[in-house]
Design a protein around this ligand. Structure first.
Ligand SMILES: *[C@@H]1O[C@H](CO)[C@@H](O)[C@H](O)[C@H]1NC(C)=O
Ligand SMILES: *[C@@H]1O[C@H](CO)[C@@H](O)[C@H](O)[C@H]1NC(C)=O
Ligand SMILES: *[C@@H]1O[C@H](CO)[C@@H](O)[C@H](O)[C@H]1NC(C)=O
Ligand SMILES: *[C@@H]1O[C@H](CO)[C@@H](O)[C@H](O)[C@H]1NC(C)=O
Length: 383
């Protein structure tokens, strides 16, 4: 990704540039987009290890057996990916993790763990550059989702990779490598959806507080487990206003956002910020940034035109009300102007949205990433 568009996009996001400029930037960004390949060796961290749900999955679920697995390895997904290839990403092109990786000098996200596991040499080699463990439909709780890889299992898979790296390069070198690498986690939304469904949409305030507190405590445990395995730099993505996705809107009689879901997201995000701050005080060398997809999506919804969006309520690909009643399948309706949509499918952002989100989280103000942005986290070379 070229530097200039990123900076301009940030100015636009912060309301500092004219609308005409935003449209031009977005078009230029879309054109440069996915085909840009970073020069080898220019990456800012040795490796990225990715954990989480469909916001981060780049194809792990393709390898899981069974009919109940949440998948996106068919059209129209991937229509704007290089060679129009569906990869398992819930996007028309890249997802947010891909663009964050681009900002760090990689071509895109590291490969899915299940694509490289069992390929001994390749696996170890790839492990040195990073692996993506994310699985669509998963959550922080082991009980969230079925036919998926829960976060606890993703951490175990990383532990196996870590052992392999240590046996290949030695414990000391592995420790150094991992302490400089970025651990990117994007999860939580599915746990909130599951809670909402289970409670038949009307949980009490006490229920909500208890659930969110427990969820955050478990999140903290997963982060601690990664720390024990050698992780030091944590880049955490928060949960967007999920009540405004096309799917929840399709459930609302008036087509409005579902407030309970947004409230849960806000509570969870506050909890995660506090939890990460607490961990950074207790665990020597732990550094972090919380990137706010919540703030980015809110900015886009508030001023769509400034960033070149025309539709911030309907999915580009889907069916029914708001195109939000079913997922993006080969027979679903597909919009023409994909870069003008905030949402790709019933729950996920477009390539265009993800690009803007990554730019804001990587190099934006405290509003989009705190207490430092991802760039500052990546460039912190204390170790
Ligand atoms: C890897 O090998 C193990 C043991 O042979 C097998 O159980 C597992 O399914 C394989 N995993 C993948 C992703 O191929
Ligand atoms: C670790 O390495 C062993 C042998 O080199 C290989 O069989 C195994 O698949 C690898 N596992 C992981 C998770 O990388
Ligand atoms: C698309 O096809 C699938 C399977 O054939 C079907 O279940 C689904 O309802 C169809 N969706 C639309 C939008 O027609
Ligand atoms: C990050 O943003 C600052 C100003 O906000 C700008 O000067 C700098 O060039 C940007 N860096 C990158 C890598 O985009």
């Amino acid at each position: 990704m070229a530097t200039v568009p990123v900076v301009l996009v940030l100015h636009v996001l912060l309301g500092a540039a004219a609308a005409a400029c935003a449209v031009a930037v977005d078009a230029a960004a879309a054109a440069a987009g996915s085909s840009k390949v970073a020069a080898a060796g220019s990456s800012k961290v040795p490796a990225i290890y990715v954990f989480g749900d469909s916001t981060a999955d780049v194809g792990n679920n393709n390898y899981l057996p069974g009919g109940g697995v949440p998948r996106a390895n068919f059209p129209h997904n991937g229509v704007d990916f290089p060679t129009s290839r569906p990869t398992g990403r819930f996007s028309n092109g890249y997802n947010g993790v891909d663009f964050l990786a681009v900002n760090m000098g990689f071509k895109r996200s590291p490969p899915p763990f299940l694509a490289v596991a069992n390929k001994t040499n390749k696996q170890v080699f790839r492990g040195l550059l990073g692996v993506n463990f994310a699985s669509a439909g998963s959550g922080i709780l082991d009980t969230t989702g079925s036919s998926i890889i829960p976060l606890s299992k993703q951490v175990e898979q990383f532990a196996a990779v870590q052992r392999n790296i240590s046996s290949r390069v030695g414990t000391g070198a592995a420790g150094t490598l991992l302490s400089r690498s970025l651990f990117l986690v994007s999860t939580g939304g599915n746990d909130l959806f599951a809670f909402f469904s289970r409670k038949n949409s009307t949980p009490s305030d006490a229920d909500k507080r208890r659930f969110v507190a427990n969820l955050v405590a478990l999140y903290q445990n997963h982060v601690k487990a990664l720390y024990v395995l050698g992780a030091r730099k944590f880049a955490v993505i928060d949960v967007p206003p999920i009540g405004c996705c096309p799917y929840p809107r399709s459930l609302h009689p008036l087509g409005a956002c579902i407030d309970v879901l947004n409230e849960l997201a806000r509570g969870f995000n506050r909890g995660v910020k506090d939890a990460m701050h607490g961990l950074s005080l207790s665990f020597q060398g732990l550094r972090y940034s919380v990137g706010s997809s919540h703030a980015v999506v809110q900015s886009i919804m508030k001023h769509p035109q400034r960033l070149g969006f025309k539709d911030v309520t309907t999915a580009c690909c889907g069916s029914g009300r708001f195109n939000g009643e079913s997922g993006c399948t080969p027979n679903a309706t597909l919009c023409d102007n994909r870069h003008q949509y905030l949402f790709w499918d019933l729950l996920h952002p477009t390539h265009a949205t993800s690009k803007i989100a990554a730019a804001a989280i990587y190099n934006g103000s405290l509003h989009f990433a705190a207490p430092i942005n991802f760039r500052q986290l990546v460039e912190d070379d204390r170790y």
